[in-house]
Ligand binder design. Sequence first.
Ligand code: PLP
Length: 350
Amino acid sequence: MLTNPLIELNSNENSLGMADSAKKAVIDALDIGFRYPDDQRAALITKVAKINDVTESQISLGSGSSENIRTVVQMLQNKALREGRNFQVIVPHPTFAYAELYATSINVPVVKVALMPESYSFDLQNMQKVADDFDGISLFYLCNPNNPTATITDTDELKAWVGTAPDHHYFLLDEAYSEYVTDPSFESGITWIREQRSDNIIVVRTFSKLCALAGMRVGYAVASPQMITELEAFISVDNTNLSGAVAAIATLDDEAFLALSLHTANQSRQLVEQTLDELGLRYLPSQASFIFHEIKGDVQTYIDRMCDHGIAVGREFAPITGFNRLTLGRADEMAVFVEVLKSFREKGWV
Ligand code: PLP
């Protein structure tokens, strides 16, 4: 077994590790590893469609949701080219970078709209204005809960916007962390797809977070059947491999593991929030498996010092200064983190 001396609270991985049921499913599948994964992919699509109460024709699997994000950008770029129209991607700033990354790689302009001061919520009005002022197709990438802030966007505002947007405004709702949301006002964009509130919504989900399968690379997109057909033109054929598919199915069936995974994040969040309260360090209301919190003093120095103490603690996200993103790990990992953070306070470092 590989050992890593660092406690890794920096990449929003789930340090519980894969469910035993998922490991067993992968081992059991080795005997058929020489076959293409059609049956396992089909079984996963059936399961994912059922869980989300949509049809199988509304699901596109990805090699992680990263691939789904890429296909949305490519599909709309292709549509714009076909129709002789301009295309832009609008993102809040900061947010998860992949929509911007994939757009930039194919020369699609990206407009970044700064988060609101203090609350660090999305500036929906300004984002909307950027699209209204643009002659062409706009794609809004909205990560809900957002990464790095771990906060959700007001459901009523988002729902009203999505429901009244014109046909050439598309919404890519990245719900990688939606399983962790405790705020009862949160509504998944999948509900709006089901209600056909707009044909221009694509929701992406991942098995990398709650299901602890980041290395197995499984994600999916949910959208209208027509949009899924258009997206599928840009996926790699057989993108979700056999191991990933069987591991995902086993984990979805493993209610005890999913409950433990959620419980672990909730417990760790509670401990970290309590400590931050004690130390008078501000944090945003976390609805995800990580927390965005204040650090008094230079954040890079804090990160380096944590690293010296065996803990990797994420990073600062420009243009926001004085805050660090911390992944919520296992209870034993968080206990060490809290002890070290408190010792930093005694030294006057945070
Ligand atoms: N979306 C968000 C908001 C993320 O934070 C991440 C990973 O950190 C991803 C997508 C990528 O997930 P995947 O592993 O499914 O590609």
